[in-house]
Design a protein. Structure first.
Length: 291
């Protein structure tokens, strides 16, 4: 007999209860405050709209040094009938090592029987298999420290969207940028523009997170890379992640469908040595008014 979405969501909540018992300490298991209640509301009234996909993070401490490895989990509505989206990350891992770790994790998860709850299995696998990657990363860092200077790359991404309105989406953007130590801005309204700058792997992780699973009408229009010996901090054009809201043109009531003042946006870009980006984003050369 076919398994229903309701049955899958019930199993997802059971697994969350197990994980909470395994990770009771503050900061070990992180989930949005409304994530579980929204599923519970749907289970009480399955005639309503589907709740957002369940998303949470589990902080693991690996090895004698207790290095933090975070397992990010995103569950499709039909999990465990379909595979979960899993991603392990650690500040102690270089990008290539992190990629290798996740490739191994995906290979292991694909070998498990379909239809079974498997996040606990993923947690145990990450605990048991992260240490060799972390040790290799430490050895690589020690070798690099013997060189004259270590080079770092500042990565800057310019992202365009048809519009950015929803509060939960904006919260996801700001939370993700803060978590990954990215600076830049989010221009709310129509059009929507996001700029993030920081380490390349963090920018790419931000891009992966915000566009998944199905944000339509969004694209990365331009990428800038600047290499420097030492820290990237002096290369940043922005000192924080800003919330940009300029004067709107046109407010159509309930649609909340308004266009931002692009003249003010162009001025903002020029103040941050980025006036050339206007043409890349919109296809026209930006010109400030004489007023």
């Amino acid at each position: 007999m076919a398994v229903t979405v309701k049955e899958c969501l019930e199993l997802q909540l059971l697994e969350v209860e197990m994980l909470l018992s395994m990770f009771p300490k503050r900061g070990e298991f992180s989930v949005d405050a409304d994530a579980v209640p929204s599923i519970q509301r749907y289970l009480r009234n399955a005639d309503g709209a589907l709740p957002p996909q369940l998303e949470y993070r589990i902080a693991l401490h690996v090895g004698e040094a207790k290095v933090k490895v975070e397992l990010q989990v995103l569950l499709p509505h039909m999990y465990p009938q379909v595979a979960p989206q899993l991603f392990a990350r650690s500040d102690a891992l270089h990008r290539q090592q992190q990629l290798q770790l996740n490739t191994r994790l995906a290979s292991h998860m694909s070998s498990l029987a379909a239809g079974d709850l498997c996040v606990c299995e993923a947690v145990q696998w990450v605990r048991d298999n992260s240490l060799p990657f972390l040790e290799h990363s430490t050895a690589s860092s020690e070798c690099a420290s013997g060189e004259v200077r270590v080079k770092e790359m500042l990565h800057r991404m310019w992202i365009y969207s048809h519009h950015i309105y929803r509060q939960e989406l904006r919260k996801k953007i700001f939370d993700c940028a803060k978590k990954l130590n990215l600076t830049g801005f989010c221009l709310t309204g129509k059009p929507g523009v996001i700029c993030v700058e920081g380490l390349r792997e963090n920018c790419e992780e931000f891009w992966r997170v915000i566009r998944y699973p199905n944000w339509k009408h969004i694209s990365c229009k331009h990428v800038e890379n600047v290499e420097v010996e030492g820290s990237i901090e002096n290369l940043r054009l922005f000192h924080s992640f800003e919330d940009l809201q300029f004067q709107a043109h046109g407010d159509y009531g309930l649609r909340n469908d308004y266009h931002m003042d692009l003249g003010q946006f162009l001025e903002f870009l020029k103040q941050h040595q980025s006036g050339h980006i206007f043409q890349i984003l919109f296809g026209v050369e930006g010109k400030l008014s004489d007023n």
